[in-house]
Ligand binder design. Structure first.
Ligand code: HEM
Ligand code: HEM
Length: 212
């Protein structure tokens, strides 16, 4: 007798996965090159980018590329990130959820409230990074910007980069510890058991079956 085959659900289509990993690769390149620009202590990182002058040219173009991919990606996934009444319960139980105590967080849809908070926080943070990055962009825009504005933009750019690093750090940590999530973004699929456990309302929407 053969064992019943586990269900497999499509979580992220090809276009979503390509866009997401393009954003992730650009982020890592931006963060590393940003560190090298931020302080001489990190200057050795510039060796990874072919040296200081090239890194300095590359960083803002990589930033614009990230923004150009991220916003259409975010717009395409807006519907799944709308805030729902059930999300408040997830936020109230966040501590217990992180400690793996399995609190009743209600039935999560495609994304839980933590994922939605990450999504919504990236929208203004990337706008801030783009605006402040443009203002300090040599030799194109910066020469036309008053020195005081440039200094403030440089500071805000570094603060925005730090906030983004913390936000994406939590995102990556959660993705690694939620077994099956990385696979979802690499292969595009998840098991029915994964969906029933982490996103029961989404499971019901996808299959028409009850999750428990
Ligand atoms: C969104 C588009 C972005 C643009 C147009 C941009 C542009 C720039 C420019 C022109 C500089 C100054 C480089 C120089 O010294 O000549 C800079 C510095 C820097 N960038 Fe970006 N960047 C962007 C995104 C990012 C992102 C996403 C991060 C990290 C998550 C980041 C981190 C940094 C850091 C840490 C510095 C050094 C800041 C300082 O020393 O004050 N940038 N960026
Ligand atoms: C740097 C390495 C990164 C890793 C390992 C990673 C991993 C993942 C994984 C595994 C998922 C799928 C989660 C699920 O299906 O439930 C995901 C979703 C997502 N990631 Fe990333 N990610 C990274 C970087 C980024 C960056 C830089 C951004 C944005 C600036 C980002 C934005 C998103 C968004 C918006 C989603 C969908 C969640 C939602 O729309 O609420 N990721 N990521």
């Amino acid at each position: 007798m053969t064992a019943p085959r586990e269900e497999v659900l499509l979580r992220h289509g090809n276009a979503t996965r390509v866009a997401h990993w393009a954003v992730a690769i650009a982020f890592v390149a931006l963060f590393l090159s940003g560190l090298a620009l931020f302080h001489p202590f990190f200057f050795w990182i510039s060796a990874l980018f072919g040296g200081g002058p090239f890194l300095r040219i590359l960083h803002p173009f990589a930033g614009v590329a990230l923004v150009l991919v991220f916003y259409p990606y975010a717009a395409a996934h807006l519907r799944d990130n709308r805030w729902l009444p059930v999300d408040g319960r997830w936020v109230r139980n966040m501590g217990a959820y992180m400690r793996n105590e399995h609190p009743d967080v209600g039935e999560t849809h495609k994304y839980n409230a933590g994922q939605k908070l990450m999504y919504w926080s990236m929208i203004p943070i990337l706008a801030l990074l783009l605006l402040t990055g443009l203002l300090v962009w040599q030799p194109w825009i910066a020469p036309h910007v008053p020195a005081g504005v440039r200094r403030a933009a440089g500071l805000l750019h570094a603060v925005g980069a730090f906030v983004m690093f913390v936000g994406i750090g939590i995102h990556v940590y959660a993705a690694i510890w939620t077994k099956g999530s990385i696979d979802a973004m690499i292969r595009g699929t998840v098991s029915g058991a994964w969906a029933r456990f982490h996103h029961p309302a989404w499971y019901r929407e996808m299959t028409g079956r009850e999750p428990r």
